[in-house]
Design a protein around this ligand. Structure first.
Ligand SMILES: [Zn+2]
Length: 612
C-alpha cells in the first residue's frame, strides 16, 4: 500500500528534526510508524475492553515510543502535487493515530439573547471521553448519560423528538474525511498563502464531488509549507442525512512531535441572532483533545508510567511507625495512589511549573498563618473544564477550567485556601485508596471509583477557616476580586449547571446559588457590566495551556486585549480558538487565546517564604 511505504521512517530526516526528548533506539528503526508505538496496536487490543478490565503491571521494555517522523519527499512544484502531498500526509496522520486513545472533552453552551450583553449561556452540556482512533472513530465516556446516545448519527444530533447532541459528533472534525479524503471524492482549489502564527500555510477550498455521498467535508484547509500537513480545517459536512444536522467546526492542530500536526482544538458554533431569525438551535462549544501519549487502557507496559519517587524510606529512625506516624504514612500512600491513577487516566497534568505558582500561593497562606504541617502541601492541575477543587492527603487539586476563569491571584488564593483549610482541619478523605485493589479500574470509570466529597459540616468549617486564613494573608486587602468572582458565578450558576458540576470534589454551588466561600460575596462590590475595568471572571480557556501530547500545562503568555464593551467580558463563556501555531522545536508560544484583558498572575511571595 502506497501510504504505508510512504510512512516508513527515514533516518536522514531525523538529524534535521528537533527530537532531543526522543529515545535514541526509536530513531533508528525503519518500521512503519504505527508499529513503533507501544504494543497496543495488535487487533485484539484495539477492540473495546470491558469496563472493569484490571491493570496488572507487567514488565515491558518498550519505551514510551514516539511515532517516527514521515519520510522526506521532494518538494512539490505544482499545486496538484501539493494536494497529493497533503492528502497523503492526512492518511499518514490517520495511520499514526490508530494506536492512540486520546481524551476528548467538549463543553457546550446553549445560547439565548440578552439585549445588553448579546448571546449569553442559557444552559450547558459537558462531555468527557476517551477516543479510540484505531479503525473507526469510537469513544467511551467518563460521564455516563442517562439517555442512550445514538452513535450512528455521526457529526450531528438527531432531531427526532428534541435536540440531542452526539458527543461523537464533536470529535468528527479531527480529520477531514477519515476514509475518502482524495481526488476521487473531492475537488481542491488553491486560494492563497497565509500565515497562521509563525507558520506559513497554503489555503485550499475543499468541496465534495457531486454524488460522492452524504456527510462529506465542505470547507477550507490550511496546509503548512514544509511537510504539507494540514494544520487547520474549517467548515462543515454535507449533504446532511434526514433528521440530523452537521454543525460548523473550526479544527486546529499542533506540531507536538516531529513531522506530525495532531488535532488539539475544535470550536463549533451555530445560531444567528439577527432580527427576524428564528433559531432552532444556538450554541457554541469548545472541544479539546489531549492524552495522545497515554497508554491504552489495559496495555501491557504500565510499569513505565508508575512513579516511584515516594518509595525511598528516608525516616531517621529504624523503629516501627508510631500509631500517628503510621496513620500519616497510610494517608500518604492513598494520596500517591490517587495522584498516580488520575494522571494515568489522563485527568491530571504531570507535575510542572504551574504547580510551582500554585504552591507559592499556598505557601503565602501557610507562612502568614504559622501553619506547619508534617508534610508539605502539593498542588496538581486537573485537566478538565468544570470548576472544581478537591484535596487528597496533602495534595490540592484544582481544575484547568477554574484556573482559566479566576480573574486574579487573590481569587486563586481563595480557591486553594478552601482546600488548604480541609487539610489543616484534618478532614482527610480517601484513605481507603491506600488499598491498591481500589486503583484497579478502567480509565473511563474513574469518576465512579474515585470521589472526594466532604459532608456539608466539613464544607462550612473549611469555608470559615479559609476566610480566617485569607484575612491573615497577603491577600487580605484584595479579597474584593475573589468576592466579585463568586458574585459573577452566582449570577450565572443557574445556567451553567454542567460547568459547576464537580466530578471528584464538592461543587461550588447548590442549584442556582454559589455556596463556596459565600461569606466573601457580602463585602465585594456590586457587579457593574458597564464598568469596563471590572473583570469579575474570565472566559474559558484563557490561562492554562495544555500540551495535548504529554499533558503538561503552563500559563498562557497572551497579550491582554482591551475590553471595549460589556459584551467583551464574556465571563465563563466559550470563545473560538486561535492558537499561535509554531513548528516543533522552535520557541513554543502556542496557546489558545481568546481571553479578555488580564495579566498573568505572578504570585506575590510572602516576606519570609518557608522552604519545603
Ligand atoms: Zn471543600
Amino acid at each position: 500500500m502506497r501510504t504505508l511505504n510512504w510512512m516508513v521512517s527515514a533516518t536522514l530526516l531525523l538529524s534535521l528534526s528537533a527530537v532531543a526528548q526522543q529515545p535514541a533506539d526509536s530513531q533508528t528503526t525503519s518500521q512503519p510508524a504505527t508499529t513503533m508505538s507501544a504494543p497496543a496496536a495488535t487487533p485484539d487490543q484495539t477492540t473495546a475492553q470491558p469496563a472493569t478490565t484490571s491493570q496488572v503491571p507487567s514488565p515491558a521494555p518498550a519505551a514510551n515510543a514516539q511515532p517516527a517522523p514521515p519520510q522526506a519527499a521532494p518538494q512539490p512544484t505544482t499545486m496538484d502535487q501539493v494536494v497529493d502531498r497533503f492528502v497523503m500526509r492526512e492518511k499518514g496522520l490517520i495511520k499514526m493515530l490508530q494506536t492512540r486513545t486520546p481524551v476528548i472533552e467538549t463543553y457546550l453552551q446553549n445560547l439565548t439573547l440578552d439585549p445588553a450583553l448579546g448571546p449569553i449561556p442559557q444552559n450547558d452540556k459537558y462531555f468527557l471521553g476517551r477516543m479510540d482512533l484505531s479503525t473507526t472513530i469510537d469513544r467511551k465516556d467518563y460521564i455516563k448519560d442517562d439517555q442512550s446516545m445514538e452513535k450512528h448519527l455521526l457529526g450531528g444530533f438527531s432531531k427526532l423528538f428534541k435536540v440531542q447532541y452526539q458527543p461523537l459528533g464533536f470529535s468528527w472534525m479531527i480529520f477531514a474525511d477519515r476514509n475518502d479524503f482524495d481526488r476521487q471524492h473531492y475537488d481542491f482549489r488553491y486560494v492563497r498563502r497565509e500565515f497562521l502564527g509563525d507558520v506559513r500555510t497554503l489555503v485550499f477550498d475543499v468541496t465534495p464531488k457531486p454524488k460522492s455521498g452524504q456527510g462529506r467535508f465542505l470547507g477550507r484547509v490550511w496546509v503548512e509549507d514544509q511537510d504539507y500537513n494540514i494544520v487547520r480545517l474549517n467548515g462543515t459536512y454535507a449533504p446532511r442525512p434526514r433528521n440530523a444536522y452537521f454543525f460548523h467546526m473550526d479544527s486546529w492542530r499542533l506540531n507536538l512531535i516531529p513531522g506530525y500536526w495532531v488535532p488539539a482544538f475544535i470550536y463549533s458554533e451555530e445560531g444567528d441572532f439577527s432580527a427576524g431569525v428564528k433559531n432552532q438551535m444556538a450554541f457554541k462549544a469548545q472541544t479539546r483533545i489531549w492524552g495522545y501519549d497515554l497508554k491504552k487502557d489495559g496495555a501491557s507496559d504500565e510499569l513505565t508510567n508508575i512513579r516511584v519517587d515516594s518509595v525511598q524510606d528516608d525516616s531517621p529512625t529504624a523503629q516501627d511507625a508510631s500509631p500517628l506516624a503510621a496513620e500519616r504514612e497510610w494517608q500518604q500512600q492513598a494520596e500517591d495512589n490517587v495522584v498516580e491513577r488520575l494522571q494515568r487516566a489522563g485527568l491530571l497534568a504531570p507535575e510542572g511549573d504551574l504547580d510551582k505558582i500554585l504552591q507559592t500561593v499556598v505557601n503565602n497562606i501557610e507562612v502568614t498563618n504559622n501553619i506547619d504541617l508534617p508534610r508539605p502541601v502539593r498542588t496538581r492541575v486537573l485537566l478538565t473544564s468544570p470548576l472544581e477543587t478537591f484535596s487528597v492527603g496533602n495534595t490540592i487539586v484544582i481544575s484547568r477550567g477554574l484556573i482559566d476563569t479566576l480573574p486574579d491571584e487573590s481569587s486563586l488564593a481563595m480557591a486553594l485556601t478552601h482546600e488548604l483549610a480541609h487539610i489543616v482541619l484534618g478532614h482527610n478523605l480517601g484513605s481507603k485508596y491506600a488499598f491498591n485493589d481500589r486503583m484497579l479500574f478502567s480509565d473511563e470509570s474513574t469518576y465512579e471509583n474515585l470521589g472526594f466529597k466532604h459532608i456539608p459540616e466539613e464544607e462550612a468549617a473549611a469555608d470559615k477557616k479559609a476566610i480566617d486564613m485569607l484575612k491573615n494573608s497577603p491577600y487580605a486587602q484584595k479579597l474584593d476580586g475573589a468576592g466579585l468572582f463568586l458574585k459573577m458565578l452566582n449570577t450565572r450558576a443557574g445556567s451553567l449547571g454542567a460547568l459547576l458540576t464537580a466530578h471528584l470534589g464538592n461543587s461550588m454551588n447548590e442549584g442556582a446559588t454559589v455556596t463556596r466561600m459565600s461569606g466573601l460575596m457580602t463585602s465585594a462590590p456590586q457587579i457593574d457590566w458597564n464598568k469596563l475595568d471590572q473583570i469579575a471572571a474570565l472566559p474559558m480557556g484563557g490561562r492554562v495551556k495544555l500540551n495535548p501530547w504529554d499533558d503538561k500545562v503552563e500559563l498562557v503568555k497572551s497579550q491582554p486585549v482591551a475590553i471595549t464593551s460589556a459584551r467583551d467580558k464574556m465571563p465563563f463563556e466559550v470563545t473560538p480558538f486561535f492558537p499561535r501555531l509554531t513548528r516543533q522545536g522552535t520557541t513554543d508560544t502556542t496557546g489558545a487565546s481568546g481571553s479578555a484583558a488580564t495579566s498573568t498572575p505572578t504570585p506575590t511571595t510572602a516576606a519570609n517564604t518557608k522552604t519545603n
